[in-house]
Unconditional design. Structure first.
Length: 286
């Protein structure tokens, strides 16, 4: 495993459209899926008033960031093009910012065109599950936009990623991939890089838990903020032989472990419980 450190000037803060967001204490990102095709039924929505209500609920429960996605990345989901993503996302961004002008919005997309237009509409962060691998224009565009970029590791593509994922050493390979992506992003002018190991994206149950056990390695080696997204995922409900709807308790357990491992951002469906985990682990550390 590589152990070379890559220094950044502000590893514990990100610039969100002129607002410096400190990550010295972990923050919670609330998921809002502007689609009817989410793997978790409780977070499917298309009506604009439902989106704004969900945003308000997340913010009232302590979310620092709202992550809007218009495409399901579950295996077998229908791929939505950039035009349809924009048709779903732009009204949602405008509506949320009209009601909550101080909200920090992240957009979950792998399309450079969507990144550019949603940032111009008021989004402050781009969250790309492909780390630029599905659109070669993404990283250069984000560099020009000068917004924080969440780069996630994924083996394969969403439609096929869970068909026999294979690694010699999952921690080393995911870390090496993110080290390389960090270098590419720095060269493109991206100042605020956030690493996401990609739990559930081209990983078996064993791979996911190996990554969780060694999550601290990513913060130590990369010296950038790390995002953990395990909310209601199959690594929880398959292990516990239950469903996404019944996976909240398991999610909270893993979020707590991730916090103890040093993660900076928890991406979740259930903000209140995640904020409580942040507060309790902070008390232990103090």
């Amino acid at each position: 495993m590589k152990t070379n450190h890559i220094n950044t000037s502000h590893p514990l803060s990100i610039n969100c459209r002129g607002r410096l967001l400190s990550l010295a204490a972990p923050v919670v990102m609330g998921i809002i899926n502007v689609t009817n095709d989410s793997f978790y039924e409780g977070n499917r929505m298309r009506e604009l008033h439902h989106v704004v209500e969900k945003a308000g609920k997340h913010l009232s429960e302590g979310a620092t960031i709202l992550d809007l996605g218009a495409q399901s990345s579950r295996p077998g989901a229908t791929v939505v093009g950039p035009e349809e993503e924009l048709t779903r996302l732009l009204p949602a961004i405008h509506a949320i910012l009209h009601q909550y002008p101080e909200a920090i919005i992240s957009v979950d997309t792998w399309y450079a065109q969507v990144a550019e237009k949603t940032v111009h509409a008021g989004a402050a962060i781009i969250n790309d599950i492909s780390a630029g691998d599905l659109d070669a224009d993404m990283i250069p565009v984000v560099g020009k936009l000068q917004v924080p970029y969440i780069a996630m590791h994924m083996q394969g593509k969403p439609a096929t990623m869970q068909q026999n994922p294979n690694y010699e050493n999952v921690v080393r390979e995911v870390l090496d991939y993110l080290i390389q992506k960090l270098a590419v992003c720095r060269a493109a002018g991206i100042k605020d890089f956030i690493a996401d190991p990609g739990f559930g994206f081209g990983k078996t149950l064993a791979h996911n838990y190996a990554l969780m056990q060694h999550l601290h390695v990513f913060t130590t080696v990369l010296q950038t903020p790390v995002l953990t997204g395990i909310s209601r995922k199959s690594m929880i409900y398959r292990l516990l032989e239950t469903t996404p709807e019944a996976a909240l308790n398991g999610t909270t357990v893993l979020n707590t472990i991730a916090l103890q491992q040093g993660t900076h951002i928890l991406r979740v469906h259930d903000v209140k419980e995640a904020v409580e985990a942040v507060r309790i682990t902070a008390q232990l550390k103090s």
